[in-house]
Design a protein. Sequence first.
Length: 232
Amino acid sequence: MTPNDEPGAVVSDADLPSAAPRLDTGWTIRWIRLSADVLAANRAALNTLDRDIGDGDHGENMDRGFQAILPKLDGLDDETTPGSVLKIVATTLISTVGGAAGPLYGTAFLKAAGAVGTTQSLDATALVALLTAARDGIVLRGKAAEGDKTMVDAWTPAVNAASAAQTAGSPVGAVLLAAADAAAQGAQATEPLVARKGRASYLGERAIGHRDPGSQSTSLLLRAAADVMAQH
């Protein structure tokens, strides 16, 4: 599936860039490692987005948080589950990321960890449960809804696209790609919105034309998850 494909379309395993690996502990660790690299590379761009309508430190905060996770991923034993990795991410982000992003993303990963439980490998149904729990955790913590110009505007399309793809019988790799594509589209769609939550809400119509930084970091994280699958 390419970014121009319709989110939620049925894609067979043969359409994936390579044979899709399982969404297991190895994939989860590689996802977080790649996310750290991507956030570091996009730190300045995220700061710029946040400077336009916020405090200007979203990229710095996200980079710091994910760099703090990396040493904790070293030496994990064979009994480690995807949920355990997600819980490490959650607790580290909550303790190291400033502003609203720490509690929001920390809650997202914590709820995601709870949703997948102790399973060793995620199928399409479990992936949708992970994404849904993460989104619902953000909504619960931030009290935002779709259309408020927040990261929810990337998470909700991702959840909807993943759910539609899973219901249509797409394999887990295609479900993940649909979520990543929809998150990217959702982030772009925040640009014409008036912010109704967070610091940007004080700008009123002056926020129009600016992309929400949280929605962009969400898009980067979900794209990294799909890219890890494509690389292995």
